[in-house]
Design a protein. Sequence first.
Length: 457
Amino acid sequence: MTRGLFDDLEAPSPGGARAPLADRMRPRTLDEVVGQDSLVGPDGFLRRALIENRLPSLVLWGPPGTGKTTLARIAAEETSSRFVPFSAVTSGIKEVKQVMADASRLRRAQERRTLLFIDEIHRFNRAQQDAFLPYVESGDIILVGATTENPSFELNAALLSRCKVVVLEPLAPDLLAGLIDRALADRERGLRDLGVTLEAEARGAIAQLASGDARRALGLLELAAAEAASAGTATIDAAAVERLSQRKVLLYDKAGEEHFHLISALHKSLRESDPDAALYWLARMLAAGEDPLYLARRMVRFASEDVGLADPAALGRALAAWDAYRRLGSPEGELALAQLALDLALAPKSNAVYRAYKAARTTIEKRPADPVPKVIRNRPTRLMKDEGYGRGYVYAHDTDEGVGGLDCLPEALGGTRFYEPRGEGFERELVLRLEKFSRLRASARAADDEDPSEPGR
């Protein structure tokens, strides 16, 4: 009798131990899959594709424990395909090419396709990914790649265009609670024979600690059940779960997409002037192991980009918080970063400095290098003086108003305004100053036009 894809999950290992609970409880059909209704529900894409026998190559993108391997196994079973799993972490492209060559022969000899499942497919470089293309195009294999990273960044365009990207979402706590109950009630594959029960608070704790990861939830349940059974305790309480979990392992990859999601959440919470959200995202990144100095640098940037001259002292306070962390270290220095996050969230906001600098850079990139006006050029030599460098320059401090009326921009850019304060916070004062200096320069130029023979001009 031919063994099914899931038979090995119940078989004992050579040493007599059963497979881990998460593997034993792995869904065998789409009806057993929890969550992902857009894929496996009555009108779900994957269910329709399997019913109509038109399964394309796929990239399953989602966090750990959301069913990527499970869906690949079920797809192979439903399409009567040979299931060949590979991990891009431990397997080289040479082994994969051999499997693909075997798949070609199998299809010609038996008209049977091979479902090649590549876990962590983003670990293959782009040149290696190209090796899959001929076999995907010929139909010799159904390629199913699993990744926790954004495929638009990690997979080459040629391969991505030949696969359908399927997004898997973290499992909600109530769905994880249902999986936990299923495992406790299942005698054949689950934990029913241990005779343990789970208090409601303990179930909720496991579901929360798992952070959407079914494998993590069932692993923690198995640990708690084994400890209870060995201690002769029939009930698992929340204290036992907390003791076994030690601390919440947050979903976070400092080199991956989640990193950018979280820093974006922090930056946008600060910009929205929401101190509670800013504090939450800061604390979450610190708890997940983010480099505190990275967070300090980002908030220094925020002090210029989003607060700017609405509160000129914010940049100094951001640098002070950075320095405080460098001096104190963790955990004491984290309080300085928390103070800074609250400070910046509550500060008046203006991106006028950012917009002004961006506008100046854009002008420089699009225009030729306009010459410096002669009036403000340096003239250390006689030749430079004879060429008119510095002619008409007025030393601003020698005037009553402190303004000489000079045109300091290149002639082609005369009158251009890069800095336009919004009038928030201290920028209200800066609006008045800009108007004052513009008026004084215009007045000084008008006076110069009336008396061009005035000494020094």
